[in-house]
Design a protein around this ligand. Structure first.
Ligand code: GCU
Length: 665
C-alpha cells in the first residue's frame, strides 16, 4: 500500500524481527495507568498502546499493573523536571514513565515511542528531559473562509462551517502529531485576523476544537482584530484607554473563558501592514498590549504582541523600524505580555541576520517567531529543511551580557530570568492528505517542535530522527537523506539570494526572482530598494556611512559585521555596498563570487536529485516519485533564479562571467 504521508512521523512500522524487537517485547506486556487517570493520562496510555502494538505487531493491553514486564505511567512530584518534563526509567522489571504532570507523562510516552522508532533498545533505558521554552506554539494563518495566508498545502484544516457539531477526526490526528513533539499551543487563525473569531458563534467552534486538543496538553489561542470593539461591539472607538473599550474587552474575556476555561491567550498584529491598532488613537504598542493583558484579569492567559511593523518610507531602512518602535517600550509591558519578534529584521528571508531586538529588550519576554510555511523559500515545491535556519538564529550571539548571550538564551528567558518564554512557528499545514504539500515539509513541522522543546538539539540529529521515523530505517539511505536535508537550505540560499541578498523575489506571490522590481505599492517592497545594485557595486550599506542599522546591535556584533574584511560572506550584502571588483577572502571578486554561487547553487540541485535517486529502493514508491517530481520543478526553477539574477545584475555590473561558467540558458 502506498504511503500517502498522512501518518507523518507516527507511522510505527513494525520493528525488524531482530533482537531489538525481542528486547522491546519483554518490557511491553502491558501498560498500567492509575484507576482515576485523567483524560491526558489515558491519552498517553492509548498513544503508547497504539504505537507499541504497531511497532511490535502484538496486542499490548492497558489496565492495572500485573507483575513485571510492563510500562507504568505515574504522575509524581519531581522538582528537577519543571512542569512538563518526564523520566523514562526501568524499575523492578518494569519501565516507568513519570512526570510531575499528566502532560509530562504524555511527552514521556512519546519519547519512549521515538526511542523505539529510532531503533534504540529498551534495556537499561534512562531518558529524562524538560522543555526549555514554556509556550511552544504553532501559528496558523488560517482564515474563516478556509483559505490559508501563505499556505501551500491546500485549504485550512479547520472546517469552520461544520463546527462545532462535526469534529473531523483529523483534528485529533493533528493534536497527536503536535503532542508527540511537545507543541502545547495552537493559534487557530491568521494574524491578519477576522473579527468573526471573537463572536459567540465562532467561540462555540473554538471551544469544540479546544476540547479535542485538551487531552493532548494543547491550549488554543486566537489572533485578534484590534478594532473588534468598534466592529463587533458597535462602540464609537477602539481606543485602548477608553473605559468602554476596556469594559468591552473584559466582558469578551469572560465570555471566552466561559467557553474555553483553559484558553491560552492572544496574538496581536496591530498597526502593521494596514491592520488597525492603538496608534490609530495616538497610543503606543505597550498601551495596547497592556489593556488586553489587564482585561484578561484573573484568567490564565497571555498576550503575544507582534513586533512586525514597518513604514512605507523609501528613504528609511525597514531593518530599523521595529526596533525603533519597540525598543524604547522595554520595561513598560504588563507581565502577561510577550513581544513576538520574527527571526530576522525584514521578513522570513532565506537568510537573515538575527533581529536586533533580541538582547535589547531585557525587561520584556520575547517570543521568537519563525516561518515553517515556505513563503520565501520555494513554497511546497522546493525541498528546504529549515532546522539549520532556525538554529542559525538561536545560536547567534547578541553579546547582550557578554560572549554567549545567544538568541536562544534570550528566548528561553534564561539570560534575563524571565518567568515566561515562548516560541512560535507559522504552520506549513493544510488539508492536503500529507499535511504539508511537500512530503519533506513535514520535517520542518517536526524540527520546529523538537527545537521548541530543546533548542540545543543539532539540526542533523533532528533530521536523523525524522528520517528514521518517517522515511526509512535503512542506514545508508537514511544517511543520504539526512545529508540532503542538511545541505538543502544553503543550496536554496545560493541559487536565490547568495551573500546576503534579500527581498528580490517576485512581488505579491513571493515566488521566483524579480530583482528588477523598482515600483510597488510601497517603496520598501521593491527589490531595488534592497539590493541597491549600481555601476559601482551591490548591497545595502547599513554601516555608519549608510543607514547605520548596524548600530542597533551590541558593539562586538557591529564590529564583526561592520567591517568588510570581517563580515561573514553570508551576510555581506545585508550590510555593505560592495564594489563589483572588490577582492573577497575567497580570492574572487564580488562579481565572480556572486555568479559562482548562483551557478554552484543551481548545480547542487542536481546533486540533490542524484542523492534522492539513490534512496529509491529504501523509500515508499509513491512518496519517492512525488519528491522526485518536485525536485524536477526545483531544478528548473533554480536555473530560472540563477539566470534571471545573473543576467539582471550583469546588465548593471557590465562584467563577463568568470571563466568556466557557461552562459545562462
Ligand atoms: C509577511 C507575509 C504576510 C503576513 C506578514 C506578517 O509579510 O507576506 O502575508 O501577513 O508577513 O507576518 O504579518
Amino acid at each position: 500500500l502506498a504511503d500517502d504521508g498522512y501518518r507523518l512521523w507516527l507511522k510505527y512500522d513494525q520493528l525488524p524481527e531482530a533482537s531489538q524487537r525481542k528486547a522491546a517485547l519483554r518490557n511491553a506486556r502491558f501498560i498500567a495507568v492509575p484507576a482515576n487517570a485523567s483524560a491526558t493520562l489515558q491519552t498517553a496510555a492509548r498513544e503508547l498502546q497504539k504505537g507499541l502494538q504497531a511497532l511490535l505487531g502484538q496486542a499490548v493491553p492497558v489496565g492495572e499493573a500485573r507483575g513485571k514486564g510492563g510500562i507504568l505511567l505515574t504522575v509524581a512530584p519531581d522538582p528537577a523536571l519543571g512542569r512538563e518534563g518526564y523520566r523514562v526509567t526501568t524499575q523492578d522489571g518494569n519501565i516507568r514513565i513519570s512526570g510531575p504532570t499528566d502532560a509530562g507523562v504524555l511527552y514521556g510516552s512519546f519519547a519512549l515511542l521515538r526511542h523505539l522508532q529510532t531503533g534504540q533498545s529498551l534495556a537499561g533505558i534512562n531518558l529524562s528531559s524538560q522543555p526549555k521554552i514554556q509556550y511552544r506554539l504553532l501559528n496558523h494563518w488560517d482564515n474563516p473562509n478556509g483559505t490559508v495566508e501563505r499556505g501551500y498545502a491546500g485549504s485550512s484544516i479547520w472546517k469552520w462551517q461544520e463546527l462545532p457539531e462535526v469534529l473531523d477526526p483529523r483534528y485529533q490526528d493533528y493534536a497527536r502529531a503536535n503532542a508527540s513533539i511537545g507543541i502545547n499551543g495552537v493559534v487557530l487563525n491568521n494574524v491578519n485576523a477576522s473579527p468573526r473569531l471573537l463572536t459567540a458563534e465562532y467561540l462555540r467552534k473554538v471551544a469544540a476544537l479546544a476540547g479535542v486538543m485538551r487531552p493532548y496538553g494543547i491550549r488554543v489561542y486566537l489572533s485578534v482584530f484590534w478594532a473588534a470593539p468598534k466592529v463587533l461591539g458597535g462602540l464609537p472607538t477602539s481606543d485602548p484607554l477608553d473605559p468602554q473599550v476596556k469594559r468591552w474587552w473584559a466582558a469578551k474575556m469572560d465570555e471566552i473563558y466561559r467557553a474555553v476555561p483553559d484558553f491560552g491567550g492572544f496574538v496581536v498584529k496591530a498597526n502593521s501592514e494596514g491592520e488597525p491598532g492603538p496608534q490609530d488613537y495616538g497610543r503606543n504598542h505597550a498601551q495596547g498590549a497592556n489593556m488586553l493583558a489587564e482585561a484578561l484579569g484573573q484568567h490564565d492567559g497571555i498576550v503575544m504582541w507582534r513586533a512586525f511593523v514597518y513604514k512605507a518610507d523609501g528613504s528609511g531602512d525597514r531593518f530599523k523600524e521595529a526596533y525603533q518602535e519597540f525598543q524604547p517600550l522595554d520595561g513598560q509591558f504588563n507581565p502577561k505580555v510577550l513581544v513576538q519578534v520574527k527571526n530576522g529584521p525584514i521578513d522570513f528571508q532565506a537568510r537573515e541576520p538575527f533581529h536586533p531586538l533580541f538582547g535589547k529588550m531585557p525587561r520584556t519576554p520575547l517570543v521568537l517567531e519563525v516561518q515553517l510555511t515556505q513563503e520565501y523559500l520555494g513554497f511546497a515545491t522546493h525541498l528546504v529543511y529549515l532546522a539549520p535556519l532556525i538554529k542559525e538564529c538561536l545560536e547567534a550571539d547578541t553579546h547582550a551580557k557578554g560572549l554567549g548571550s545567544t538568541v536562544a538564551k534570550v528566548v528561553d528567558g534564561s539570560l534575563d530570568q524571565h518567568r515566561i518564554s515562548g516560541i512560535a512557528g507559522v504552520a506549513n499545514i493544510g488539508a492536503d492528505r500529507n499535511w504539508t504539500g511537500h512530503p519533506m515539509g513535514q520535517a520542518n513541522w517536526y524540527a520546529f517542535g523538537r527545537l521548541a522543546w530543546d533548542h540545543t538539539l543539532p539540526a542533523k540529529a533532528i533530521a536523523q530522527e525524522w528520517t528514521q521515523m518517517t522515511l526509512t530505517q535503512e542506514p545508508k539511505a537514511a544517511a543520504t537523506i539526512v545529508a540532503l536535508l542538511e545541505q538543502s537550505r544553503s543550496i536554496y540560499v545560493r541559487y536565490t539570494t547568495p551573500m546576503g541578498l534579500h527581498h528580490i523575489m517576485g512581488q505579491t506571490l513571493h515566488y521566483g526572482p524579480e530583482p528588477w522590481l523598482a515600483k510597488s505599492a510601497r517603496p520598501d517592497w521593491t527589490a531595488v530598494y534592497y539590493h541597491r545594485a549600481d555601476a559601482e557595486g551591490l548591497g545595502f550599506d547599513r554601516t555608519a556611512q549608510g543607514s547605520n542599522a548596524l548600530s542597533l546591535y551590541y558593539p562586538p556584533v557591529q564590529q564583526q559585521w561592520g567591517t568588510l574584511a570581517t563580515c561573514p560572506l553570508n551576510y555581506l550584502l545585508w550590510f555593505h555596498h560592495v564594489p563589483w571588483d572588490y577582492k573577497l577572502s575567497t580570492g574572487r571578486t564580488l562579481w565572480n563570487e556572486l555568479t559562482t554561487r548562483y551557478y554552484t547553487g543551481a548545480d547542487s540541485v542536481q546533486w540533490m536529485q542524484r542523492q534522492w535517486a539513490q534512496v529509491q529502493p529504501a523509500v515508499d514508491p509513491a512518496l519517492h516519485a512525488d519528491v522526485t517530481a518536485r525536485l524536477l520543478v526545483q531544478q528548473r526553477e533554480a536555473l530560472w533564479w540563477r539566470d534571471a539574477c545573473v543576467l539582471y545584475f550583469q546588465s548593471i555590473a557590465r562584467l563577463p562571467l568568470p571563466p568556466g561558467l557557461p552562459p545562462p540558458t
